[in-house]
Design a protein around this ligand. Structure first.
Ligand SMILES: NC(=O)c1ccc[n+]([C@@H]2O[C@H](COP(=O)([O-])OP(=O)(O)OC[C@H]3O[C@@H](n4cnc5c(N)ncnc54)[C@H](OP(=O)(O)O)[C@@H]3O)[C@@H](O)[C@H]2O)c1
Length: 233
C-alpha cells in the first residue's frame, strides 16, 4: 500500500536550504525522505511523515539504499530535490584535480546517479518532478574565486536540462533553481553582507514547493533568484 500523501526525497536536508525545503513540504502536506550524512543528528526524526536516511554524495551505495528505503517506507515517489552541494572557493588557475573531482562528485555526479535511480519511480507517479538547486553561478561566472564552483554548477544546470528532455513524453518535469547568495552557512560565509539582506532559505523553499505542485502543462526550466539586482539577473 502506498501512502496518500505525495513523497519527496531531499538531499542535504540537515541544515540550510535543504532543511527549510523539508519543513515547507511537511507543512504543505507532503511526506519527505531526507538524505543526510548524519541521520542521528536530524531534528526531523520524530515526525511521522519524515524518513531520515543516510546519504553521502561520495558514497554511491548510500544513494541506492536511500531510494530503496524511501520506497519501502512510502511506496511512492513524486519529487526529487537535488539540494546537497559544496563550494570550494578556488579559481580555475588554483584548482587541482582533487578539487575538481570532489566538487563534481558532490554537485554533479551524485545528483545524476540519484536521478537515474529515482526516475522509474517518478515515471510511475501522477506528477513526477525533479528540482535541482543549482546556483546563479551556474549561469554566469561572477568572480575569479567562484570559477571552480561555477564549472560544477554550470554542469548541474545542464543535468537539469538533460532530465527535462528525458521527461518530454512521460510528464516528469525538471526545474533548475539558480539563487545568488542565500542566508545559510554557505551563503553567509561568502556574501560579506548582513544575512538579513540575502535571500532567505524560506524564499527558496516556497519556490521549490510551487514547482513541485505545478501541472506538467506549466513546465518551468529555470528560475534565477537574486537577493538584489544584477545586470541580467
Ligand atoms: N547559500 C547560498 O548562497 C547558495 C547560493 C546558490 C546555490 N546554493 C546551493 O544550495 C544548495 C544548499 O546549500 P546551502 O546554502 O543550504 O548550504 P549549507 O548550509 O552549506 O548546506 C549544504 C548541505 O549539503 C550537504 N552536503 C555537503 N556535502 C555533502 C555530501 N558529500 N553528501 C551529502 N550531503 C552533503 C550538507 O550536509 P552536512 O550538514 O552533513 O555538511 C548540507 O546539508 C547547495 O547545492 C548550494 O550549492 C547555495
Amino acid at each position: 500500500m502506498s501512502m496518500q500523501k505525495r513523497v519527496a526525497m531531499i538531499s542535504g536536508a540537515s541544515r540550510g536550504i535543504g532543511a527549510s525545503i523539508a519543513e515547507k513540504l511537511l507543512s504543505e502536506g507532503w511526506a519527505v525522505s531526507l538524505g543526510v550524512r548524519t541521520p542521528e543528528a536530524s531534528t526531523f526524526g520524530d515526525n511521522p511523515d519524515a524518513l531520515v536516511c543516510r546519504f553521502d554524495a561520495l558514497d554511491p551505495e548510500s544513494e541506492s539504499l536511500w531510494v530503496e528505503q524511501t520506497l519501502a517506507r512510502f511506496g511512492r515517489l513524486d519529487g526529487l530535490v537535488h539540494n546537497a552541494g559544496m563550494m570550494i572557493p578556488k579559481t580555475v588557475l588554483e584548482a587541482q584535480d582533487a578539487d575538481f573531482d570532489l566538487i563534481f562528485n558532490v554537485n554533479v555526479k551524485s545528483p545524476m546517479r540519484l536521478s537515474q535511480l529515482a526516475w522509474p519511480h517518478l515515471e510511475k507517479a501522477p506528477a513526477g518532478r525533479i528540482v535541482t538547486v543549482a546556483s546563479l553561478s551556474g549561469k554566469r561566472v561572477k568572480s575569479a574565486g567562484s570559477g571552480l564552483y561555477a564549472m560544477s554548477k554550470f554542469a548541474a544546470v545542464a543535468l537539469g536540462h538533460g532530465l527535462r528532455q528525458c521527461g518530454k513524453e512521460n510528464g516528469v518535469r525538471s526545474t533548475i533553481i539558480c539563487p545568488s547568495f542565500v542566508a545559510t552557512d554557505m551563503g553567509n560565509a561568502l556574501a560579506n553582507r548582513d544575512s538579513t539582506e540575502l535571500t532567505q532559505p524560506e524564499d527558496i523553499s516556497r519556490i521549490v514547493h510551487m514547482v513541485l505542485e505545478l501541472p506538467k502543462t506549466a513546465s518551468i526550466a529555470e528560475i534565477p533568484v537574486h537577493f538584489s539586482v544584477e545586470d541580467c539577473y
